[in-house]
Design a protein around this ligand. Structure first.
Ligand code: NAD
Length: 433
């Protein structure tokens, strides 16, 4: 393919080098004449292992040139990849000035060329940016079948960028409606196994990944600081933590849904926070966990009140399915809130047998919900009733059973990603998605 690459920085230069090594012809475009000159001489404008050889070889094989002229690059290519910078504005907001400038230049050049062109944004942009930028001057070209636009986030790391480009840790491509790009493009650019989603989802994945990476680093550093305070080898601690690939280094606990609760997580986070505080060690990430969890619960309570329903049903009172442990269960807090706000409340939880509750578990009920027995329904139909907001915290019953009782007058809030609930005739609302 004949490809133009806008922005010859870390991402653009590596993309150019790697695509030429796959046999593509590449025209680099940058506003910096020095970068363009270097590129034209097969010299990388940045330091990146392996890139010198790729550019030198591409130059020798006449598969690489660069220009400052957008129209020249568009006329000479069928596909453009935008890799210009998206820096922070002083407020912290994302500055899309360079992307907008390039998009406007490309729009003019494609209109002039008047043959079909593919445009791929690779610059990191907040969800909704591609849609906005397309709306600002590219949509007409799309309508006239002169342009296809994709968002293709880049996950390479500087210093191993060439290797990462060839063997990406994740390949995701966004199209306007989430439909799969043409096969030749999948094969030559995105990879046949790339996940295809909509533009905003692809944009969001990049931010979620970077926020996750920052969280991992900060978490390890905070464990390190607490470890030092306690004269513990925190590298050994973290190395052992990583050995658990079922709960720790895995997709477990990485689904948006219920706030955390139960007899361990809140208690142990509190104890660790206290330990650090006593030793004068600041661990803002770990200290934020309980307050973030409270905010998560508060947003669920808002959603319940905003439903406008006058009655409420909780499916699953304990902190997770298949247990009767009520200690620090967020749903006990939800129940207390609903009772306090005068909602007639019904609770269905087949794992809960009040008669068998003992010890701390019983104390939760005695202190927080002494009237639980009157609210707990053994019969699903009686619990669901004829109307109200159903807070589906757990999969307490098969959807087919729920379907026998749930009506159009119900409003289901799916707390934990139980997507089959969309099959019910009631209004459906996902909690945090
Ligand atoms: N650097 C990384 O490791 C990395 C990894 C993944 C994603 N990203 C994202 O990729 C994008 C590019 O990052 P980078 O590190 O390569 O940036 P960079 O600053 O190194 O390079 C950007 C280039 O764009 C050029 N440019 C600006 N305006 C232009 C215009 N109108 N026409 C042509 N060129 C123009 C600049 O001169 C510069 O050479 C950013 O959105 C960044 O967040 C970066």
């Amino acid at each position: 393919m004949r490809i133009s690459i806008f922005g010859l920085g870390y991402v653009g230069a590596v993309t150019a080098g790697c695509l030429t090594s796959r046999g593509h012809y590449v025209v680099g475009v940058d506003v910096h004449p020095q970068k363009v000159d270097d590129f034209n001489n097969g010299i990388p404008p940045i330091v990146e292992p392996g890139l010198d050889e790729l550019l030198k070889q591409a130059k020798e094989q006449n598969r690489l040139r660069a220009t400052t002229d957008c129209a020249d690059a568009i006329a000479d290519t069928e596909l453009s990849i935008v890799c210009v910078g998206t820096p922070s504005a002083p407020s912290g907001a994302l500055d899309l000035r360079f992307v907008r400038t390039v998009a406007a230049q490309i729009a003019g050049a494609v209109r002039k060329k008047n043959t079909h062109h593919t445009l791929v944004f690779r610059s990191t942009m907040l969800p909704g940016s591609t849609e906005r930028i397309v709306g600002e001057g590219l949509a007409e070209l799309e309508k006239d079948s002169l342009l296809n636009v994709f968002y293709y986030p880049e996950f390479l790391r500087e210093s191993t960028a060439v290797e990462d480009f060839e063997n990406p840790s994740l390949a995701v491509v966004g199209s306007r409606d989430g439909s799969r790009p043409p096969e030749p493009l999948m094969e030559s650019l995105f990879g046949v196994n790339a996940s295809v989603v909509t533009w905003p989802t692809a944009e969001a994945v990049k931010y979620a990944c970077n926020a996750f990476h920052a969280t991992k680093i900060t978490f390890a550093n905070e464990i390190g600081r607490v470890g030092k305070q306690l004269s513990i080898d925190s590298k050994a601690v973290m190395s052992l933590l990583c050995q658990d690939t079922r709960l720790n280094i895995s997709s477990y606990y990485l689904r948006p849904g219920n706030p955390f609760g139960g007899s361990c997580l809140p208690k142990d986070v509190r104890a660790l926070m206290n330990q650090a505080r006593v030793g004068g060690v600041q661990i803002p990430l770990l200290e934020s966990l309980l307050s973030s969890n409270e905010k998560h619960l508060a947003s669920l309570l808002s959603l319940i009140t905003e439903s406008g329903q006058k009655e409420a049903v909780i499916l699953g009172l304990s902190f997770k399915s298949n247990t009767d442990d009520l200690r620090e269960s967020p749903m006990v807090d939800v129940a207390q809130f609903l009772i306090g706000h005068g909602f007639p409340l019904r609770i269905y939880d087949p794992a809960l047998n009040l008669a068998s509750l003992i010890g701390a578990n019983k104390r939760v009920i005695d202190t927080k919900m002494p009237h639980l027995a009157q609210l707990l329904q053994n019969d699903l139909g009686a619990a669901i009733g004829t109307e109200g907001v159903i807070i589906a915290a757990q999969k307490c019953a098969p959807v087919e059973e729920l379907a026998k009782h749930v009506s159009r007058d119900h409003h289901v809030i799916d707390v934990n990603g139980w997507k089959e609930l969309t099959q019910l005739p009631s209004r459906y609302e996902g909690f945090c998605w």
